[in-house]
Design a protein around this ligand. Structure first.
Ligand SMILES: Cc1ncc(COP(=O)(O)O)c(C=O)c1O
Length: 371
């Protein structure tokens, strides 16, 4: 058999690590027979983006033939101005997802260990697996990242420690003193990546999103997103704040136009509209409080305190309770997110929606639990 025929039979062979992966499953978006379901499965912002972001986005419509600014200057400077950061140490990407992937590609070699806090972003686990890393999980016994568990999981082979703070699907963060203790306890060659996708919602005073760690030294990175509080998930735009050496590494492998012109223009306007961000943050905190109070009065369910734009309900009435609640919500045109394996059992994650959407969830839950 000649080489051409042999190749045609065997076909191109992907990296062996890919056999361990299956394609990402997006939060469900449809219910059969329901025209306009209330989608509470993907932690999107139901308040939408700032009107200024929309205006900036529309303003780009007649410039679509031009490449975006590959240096991302305007957006980097807008972020730096609002958060008091160094614009030279910011890099933007196609969602924070892409930045996590770039960091993993830049720093993790086949056979390295990456320590994940249990309730971190699953796509980061996919990127690390595809890179040939060994994934090590640090449990979160108190349902928030645990500095001791993370430190105990580190070995001489660890290249990166990755945690989501606030975590997902619970919405709990690692308080600042604990985050500092984790950072200081790590060997200098281990990169600490704080995925702070939900940081913009946190109002607690003992919260540190991660930028102070970045400013302190050479081995911490913070990733952020415009997909959540800023309501720009469809545009795919996120950013990372990192030490100069890490920025340099990411810039070597980043495609020059990974962030589109419309996404960067909308994001720059969104981040500068601090009054709108404060409005969304306050709204979310108020609704979380109201929902928690209503659920607390219901039998057979517990709501876990959350600092993000979603909450986790844990059901106690029998082994099918969470599935039953999900079915009851879907029958009413509401889509929750069943949690993945490894998350607290008998639970459902639900995004904070508009007031009438949250009311609809509460009404269904109340009926389901009393019926
Ligand atoms: C914890 C966490 N990190 C990161 C992301 C990625 O967000 P994006 O890629 O939209 O910036 C998400 C998205 O849901 C998330 O839940």
């Amino acid at each position: 058999m000649n080489a051409r025929k042999e190749n045609a039979l065997s076909g191109p062979v992907p990296r062996p690590e890919l056999a361990q992966l299956s394609p990402y499953r997006q939060g469900k978006a449809d219910i059969e027979g329901c025209d306009r379901p209330i989608k509470l499965s993907s932690n999107e912002s139901h308040l939408g983006p700032s009107p200024r972001a929309l205006e900036a986005y529309r303003g780009l419509a007649d410039r679509l033939s031009c490449y975006p600014d590959g240096s991302q200057q305007e957006l980097r400077e807008a972020i730096a101005g609002v958060f008091g950061l160094d614009a030279a140490r910011i890099v933007c990407g196609n969602g924070s997802d892409e930045l996590l992937q770039l960091l993993i590609r830049a720093y993790v070699r086949t056979g390295d260990e990456v320590v994940f806090s249990r309730y971190s972003f699953t796509m980061a686990m996919v990127h690390a697996t595809a890179q040939g890393a060994t994934l090590v999980f640090a449990e979160e016994p108190r349902l928030r990242p645990d500095a001791d568990a993370l430190l105990a999981a580190v070995t001489p082979r660890t290249r990166m420690v990755l945690l989501a703070s606030p975590n997902n699907p619970i919405g709990q963060y690692l308080p600042a003193p604990e985050l500092w203790r984790l950072y200081r306890g790590l060997p200098p060659q281990v990169l600490l990546v704080v995925d702070a996708a939900y940081a913009d919602y946190v109002t607690a005073t003992d919260f540190e999103a991660g930028s102070a760690l970045v400013d302190a030294g050479g081995n911490a990175v913070m990733t952020r997103t415009f997909s959540k509080l800023y309501g720009l998930a469809g545009l795919r735009i996120g950013w990372a704040y990192a030490p100069a050496g890490v920025i340099d590494s990411v810039q070597r492998i980043r495609t020059p136009f990974n962030a589109s012109a419309d996404a960067m223009a909308a994001a720059a306007a969104a981040v500068r509209d601090t009054a709108y961000s404060a409005y969304v943050r306050d709204y979310n905190a108020r609704e979380q409080y109201r929902i928690a109070a209503a659920v607390a009065a219901m039998p057979g369910v517990e709501i876990l305190p959350s600092h993000a734009n979603f909450y986790l309900l844990r059901f106690s009435n029998g082994s099918r309770a969470a599935a039953g609640a999900a079915a009851a919500l879907e029958a009413a045109g509401i889509i929750p997110r069943p949690v993945e394996a490894g998350a607290p059992a008998q639970s459902l994650r639900i995004t904070v929606g508009l007031v009438h959407e949250n009311d609809a969830v509460l009404a269904v839950l109340s009926r389901y639990l009393s019926g």
